[in-house]
Design a protein around this ligand. Structure first.
Ligand code: SF4
Length: 156
């Protein structure tokens, strides 16, 4: 596990579980999107993401990577579920931070559980490759658009 990812993991735990800052996940997403737009690479995934760090920490216990033909479609189920639950909780409980915190924690733990189970049975970073609700609909399009625009503009 990279030191930077370990630091983010500890900081995420501190902010979410000690400070009880319900918007910890949004803070992480903001950092990830900013990095994708500024650097044009998936630096967040490789160096900072606490979920990636947790998957890497399993190391040798990960299953050999399995090829599942339908796996590329699974994100179309998970992504709407994740963002639906996240936005619904935020708008429904924004006036009640302790309740909202519980919902955010549930969502984060569900994603963590899914990442661990898929890593154990389907291969290393299966969640990142096929399922991540941040990478597929947000980070990848942002990174590609940024690089495409810069390429079109040409050298300054
Ligand atoms: S793909 Fe998602 S879970 Fe994996 S490292 Fe990137 S942001 Fe984190």
């Amino acid at each position: 596990m990279k030191t930077t990812a370990y630091v983010t993991l500890v900081a995420t735990f501190f902010l979410m579980c000690v400070v009880r800052m319900w918007w910890t996940m949004f803070l992480l997403f903001g950092v990830a999107l900013t990095l994708a737009l500024v650097v044009g690479k998936n630096r967040f995934c490789s160096d900072l993401c606490p979920m990636g760090a947790l998957q890497d920490s399993m190391g040798q216990s990960a299953a050999p990577r399995r090829r599942i033909a339908s796996a590329r479609w699974w994100k179309f189920l998970l992504v709407p579920l994740f963002w639906g639950a996240t936005f619904y909780s935020t708008f429904t409980y924004h006036h009640d931070p302790p309740v909202l915190w519980v919902w955010m924690l549930r969502i984060m733990i569900s994603m963590f559980f899914l990442a661990m189970v898929t890593q154990m049975y389907l291969g290393r970073r299966f969640f990142c490759v096929h399922l991540c609700p941040l990478r597929h609909p947000v980070l990848e399009p942002a990174r590609r658009s940024r690089n495409h625009l810069l390429k079109k503009r040409g050298p300054a």
